[in-house]
Design a protein around this ligand. Sequence first.
Ligand SMILES: [Zn+2]
Length: 84
Amino acid sequence: MRRMFDYKCPDGHKFEAFIDVDDKRLLPCKTCGKNSQRILTYGGPVLDPISGDFPSATRRWTLNRHIKIAQERREAVSHGPSHL
Ligand SMILES: [Zn+2]
């Protein structure tokens, strides 16, 4: 099973990698190339397994955008004409 994991190198650079849960190897930092350790964070199950090099920030943005649109729609309904 593959999941998105956060990694942090000795210099403090953070990056994410979509790798196997059982793969405990150190990964080279994407910024400086030093060995980076997996940070223990629970990001929840990956609902949309995209290609893998898709930054999760974009995923989060898309999710927030959906929520915002839903809220705006609900608001538009409640502010609309309540009687005909
Ligand atoms: Zn680094």
